[in-house]
Design a protein. Sequence first.
Length: 130
Amino acid sequence: MQITSLYQQQLGYVFNRPVTKPVWYWQSHEEEASPFGEEEDAMTAFLFYEQLCQQPGIDLLPYSDDQVGIGLTYLFDGTGSNLVHGFKSVLVPIERKIAALRALSVLFKDVLHRAVRRYYALIQRKNLRP
């Protein structure tokens, strides 16, 4: 599946950010237009979630673990954005919600599980050193 221009914009908006404290979405970025729309439209956000979960291991590869972690927090936490609320929106059909929830397993397998394995391997190497 070919990645759409809007999807690329959304991907960059969420993940192509410097790792800072506080994280980017708690800083002022009024001059920057969100590719999700001013009201963070539920269906636009949901389409992004669906596409992200199709091949996250490839789409998120250019970004560091920290950038991915911060971006996923932005997408799924619900405090930095309202995007995750598309899962409870009546504008999104239940069949799409169910399919998206199933697709989250791909995100876990291809991204989160790999990051956790790398993290624990690093800890294990540090603990084995004299």
